[in-house]
Design a protein around this ligand. Structure first.
Ligand SMILES: [Zn+2]
Length: 364
């Protein structure tokens, strides 16, 4: 991996113009059911006392009528470091897109935000939360990857004066792709108000794909190293190393307490990037995933995500070698250890399908 460090805080002047936006005026998708629930049961409402190593994720209900000025709940997970703990569920009419994590770090000279949650409305509530902690300017928004639950809130940050949006070059490509139009049309069915003025944000600072594979931001006594981790989960994935505090924001390189989604990335890259992560950051004190609780060593979530992906890969490879059809192989691909995990029913069969087709292309 090519690694070029840029000391952005020292070299780049603060931009005064707002981030570039791509308007997406698509109507809601017809035929989808606005009342569907994909995992959030409002009767089970629950907020853990602590986020780090929490055995249970929150079951947080987002009320459609809540004003955007109402702060979202957040957790302090380390000095100067704050965390938004999303539900473990698909986007539905109850979580209203709050089904992933995000966070922010306060430095002497401003705030760095990692991920923007799933709608501009949720992101405005994130900003309201940040404002209850500090009045310092929000200087950077780092988007770990362009999946909706991490990226679609970004336009709420884009108008903040001087903010720099950092992401993978894959996020820029996605902002102009037909895929985002379909995705936004689908999301508008569940979240008409929250997605009303959605615009896709084009990052100001790009990583990967001919750009540097690493950026270093120095801000207010803290160092943030942001690395290209390839395409293991999406169109382009990043991790962020909060150096002095030894916190690694791993995005969707491992999932804590839910089955991963691998319908979009590159199957073998996940193992490669997990190995790279272990080698490159041997002294991580806290890992913050995109889904599920932040974790202290020895990082069981990394091992379990890998076990799931490797077991599924082995099963599908064996099925192909035995000449099984896609349908038969997927039907027989169940993995008992993970059957009771959240989002298994929703993601596993998609994953099995994707893994079969990937391996088939490799073998023939
Ligand atoms: Zn995610």
């Amino acid at each position: 991996m090519r690694v070029i460090a840029l000391l952005l805080g020292l070299l780049l002047p603060v931009a005064v113009s707002a981030a570039k936006l791509v308007p997406l005026d698509v109507p809601p998708l017809e035929g989808a059911d606005i009342n569907q629930q994909f995992g959030t049961d409002p009767a089970q409402a629950y907020m853990p006392k602590q986020a780090v190593n929490s055995p249970r994720p929150p079951v947080f209900r987002v009320d459609a009528k809540d004003p955007d000025t109402k702060p979202l709940p957040y957790y302090k997970i380390a000095p100067d470091t704050y965390f938004f703990f999303g539900n473990i569920a698909e986007v539905d009419g109850v979580n209203r897109g709050f089904n992933g994590n995000a966070g922010f770090i306060v430095t002497r000279d401003g705030v760095v935000v990692l991920d923007a949650l799933g709608t501009p409305a949720l992101a405005r509530r994130m900003i309201a939360s940040i404002r209850t902690v500090t009045k310092k300017p929000i200087r950077y928004l780092v988007i770990s990857h362009a999946h909706p639950d991490h990226y679609y809130g970004a336009s709420a940050f884009a108008s903040i004066p001087g903010i720099q949006v950092v992401s993978h070059v894959g996020t820029e490509a996605y902002a102009y792709s037909p895929t985002i139009e379909r995705s936004v049309a689908y999301r508008k069915v569940f979240l008409p108000r929250e997605m009303k003025h959605f615009q896709a944000v084009v990052p100001d600072l790009l990583i990967g794909g001919g750009n540097p594979a690493q950026l270093t931001i120095k801000l207010g006594g803290k160092t943030f190293e942001i690395y290209d981790t390839g395409f293991h989960h999406s169109h382009g994935d990043l991790v962020m190393w909060q150096k002095e505090d030894r916190i690694l924001w791993i995005s969707d390189l491992a999932f804590n307490g839910r089955v991963t989604y691998i319908g979009d990335g590159h199957l073998h890259d996940m193992d490669t990037m997990q190995d790279w992560m272990k080698q490159h950051f041997p002294d991580v004190a806290l890992m913050v995933p995109g889904h599920g609780a932040p974790q202290t060593p020895p990082f069981a979530m990394v091992a379990s995500t890998r076990r799931y992906v490797d077991t599924l890969t082995d099963k599908m490879r064996a099925a192909i070698q035995q000449g099984q059809s896609l349908q038969d192989a997927v039907r027989q691909s169940g993995i008992q250890e993970f059957e009771s995990w959240p989002l298994y029913e929703l993601n596993h069969w998609i994953n099995a399908n994707f893994v079969y087709r990937t391996l088939e292309e490799e073998l023939f």
